[in-house]
Design a protein around this ligand. Structure first.
Ligand code: AMP
Length: 145
């Protein structure tokens, strides 16, 4: 199973925010879209960073409510780990486990942002794969018997 198989099953929308937007705006967008992380892009659409709900928790823990008026750029992660659509889901899981993050942007061969995969997408695809394997095995056993 590859990253492209996960992308095919989900909405193509990549929810992004500007680095100058406030953390309060980021929280509203996360809540409205029911997601856990936002891609931060520059004016040309290039990937500048990622800001997740965990960064918002850190901001509030460090600066209390005044953090909500701070720009996304103050708390986003700039060194973003990415993957390609031909990477395997196993490689992606390894990357998330090692890096301790739950979101990975997907880049095309020419470095365009083409999607984002969350740990929830990975778990969903793993469960579907397991169910498919079990069905195949059951069919095999009943055909053999
Ligand atoms: P998450 O588990 O995705 O909510 O993110 C946990 C922390 O890792 C936050 O500080 C995020 O900004 C950061 N983070 C999330 N995704 C990535 C990624 N793909 N590469 C690097 N850092 C990330």
């Amino acid at each position: 199973m590859q990253v492209k198989h996960i992308l095919r099953e989900k909405s193509p929308e990549i929810v992004s925010i500007a680095a100058e937007a406030t953390l309060s705006e980021a929280a509203r967008l996360l809540w409205r879209k029911r997601i856990g992380a936002l891609i931060v892009r520059d004016g040309q659409g290039a990937l500048l960073g990622i800001v997740s709900e965990r960064d918002l928790v850190r901001a509030v823990a460090e600066e209390s409510v005044t953090a909500l008026a701070r720009p996304v750029s103050a708390y986003m992660t700039r060194d973003v780990a990415t993957c390609g659509e031909n990477d395997t889901v196993d490689e992606l899981m390894e990357m998330m486990t090692q890096g301790r993050f739950r979101h990975v942007p997907v880049l095309s061969a020419d470095d365009r942002l083409i999607g984002i995969v969350s740990i929830g997408d990975v778990v969903k695809s793993r469960i579907e794969e397991t169910v498919r394997e079990a069905t195949t095995l059951r069919q095999y056993i009943s055909a053999a018997g």
